[in-house]
Design a binder for this molecule. Sequence first.
Ligand SMILES: Cc1cc2nc3c(=O)[nH]c(=O)nc-3n(C[C@H](O)[C@H](O)[C@H](O)COP(=O)(O)OP(=O)(O)OC[C@H]3O[C@@H](n4cnc5c(N)ncnc54)[C@H](O)[C@@H]3O)c2cc1C
Length: 454
Amino acid sequence: MIYDAVVVGSGFSAIATVGNLVELLPETASIAVVGDDPGFGRGTAYRTELYLHRLNVPAGRMSLFPDRPDAFVEWLRERKRPLGGGDFASRQDYGLYLRDSLAALLRSRKRRCRVDFIKAKASGCVERYGAALGFLLDNGGEIAGRSIVLCLGVGNAKLPFDQSQLSADAQSHIIENPWRLSWLRRVGRTDTVCILGSGLTMIDQVLALFAHGFMGKVIVLSRRGLVPLNHISHPQPAAEIDVGALPTRMSEILHALRRESRNAGDWRRVMDGLRPKTQALWLRLPDSERRRFLRHALPWWNIHRHRVAPDVFRRFESMMQSGQVSVRAGYLRNVKDAEALILHYRPRGGGVAASIQADWIVNCTGMERAGIAHSPLLQEMQHKGLVEADPLHLGLIVDAQSRIPTPIGSKVALYAVGALTAGQFWEITAVPDIRIQARKVAQAIADSVRSDHP
Ligand SMILES: Cc1cc2nc3c(=O)[nH]c(=O)nc-3n(C[C@H](O)[C@H](O)[C@H](O)COP(=O)(O)OP(=O)(O)OC[C@H]3O[C@@H](n4cnc5c(N)ncnc54)[C@H](O)[C@@H]3O)c2cc1C
């Protein structure tokens, strides 16, 4: 069967696209969703088994649909969670909210289009008659659609060292993918854990460790040793930022934003004012300045932009003060195994080589930018000339409508939603932005389906 729309992926981007398609498509239309995630719609972010893992965006901005901004807060209220729009809810709850929202949408539409959920990974693709694109599935099946939406997210970052020379025992103490939380049960209460990477994933894992009764030490190593900053409990209004009046050289932009921050009193006001306009700012920048941003400003952008809930930050700070957690800045050179794992690194800013002795190494170097390399499917599509990496290798080339340019003569409409489109939009990794993009893509598909099914 050839579907009107095939959505590939099973995280937030997929659920937001499907939710909008169900609302917009005529009842004669058909959608297939191909995803390998057991909790459809949750992806890595909202599938956590730990209630203590919190959203880093206030609940009032996390509704699935931008035109119903209170939907998530209302869902929380119905479940007797006493949280307001400015509070930071549990990511586990958010995953349940997504599941409930989609279920409610499918139930409420008696005369809705057909939606088939297929639990599989799309492992390859085949072109069909120029008017549809087919995907080979890892369960042996095949599926084709006239419009395709790629919602593949980002891949997990690989370990930043080669572990093949280490003994099997040492390798079993290296946690490559910390999102499989079963590793927490294997850690001894007084062990030393070295976490590579100092971003939000690191904070999540530290919280999870101590929630499991861990009493040992955590040593964090990252190139700059920068940890995410905090949201505040009573944020002041966002500053008014006129993106059109900002310069287009990165050094001058940063200078202007620092000046705005001094005037605003709290830099968060400037970040909050900039946030909804970041896409517009990115679009104005020439490639050379985008590269400069990625090379020099990205780590600072990340800690100011991707902030943690106020009480999570306080807890993390108190662990640092008590010495349970320490953060070091340096470049990892190699890992050896002796009695324990020994990480040799060069401290940032020079100085003599240093080392860390640990029982465990946990890879929290974050999510890989959604380049093509993390996905065999995208690699094959690239090989067939169906997708192309954007010049900064952040994701795929898409136009301002998130549409992937297809070869001349092809009638298939190919779109990407989420981090794969970061080269075009940059600020497209979080719910407030993805939900708008998903709506626009669904609208474009609905318009073309309506012209086919008048
Ligand atoms: C730990 C964490 C916390 C976060 N917290 C927040 C937050 O509080 N607020 C916020 O707004 N954002 C947050 N984010 C950002 C988050 O990435 C987005 O909100 C959103 O979840 C991205 O969803 P996605 O569908 O684009 O990607 P993903 O969630 O990565 O989903 C992609 C899915 O596609 C599947 N897939 C990949 N390839 C194939 C294939 N070939 N065939 C079939 N399926 C495939 C994958 O298995 C995966 O399930 C967080 C991210 C992380 C990692």
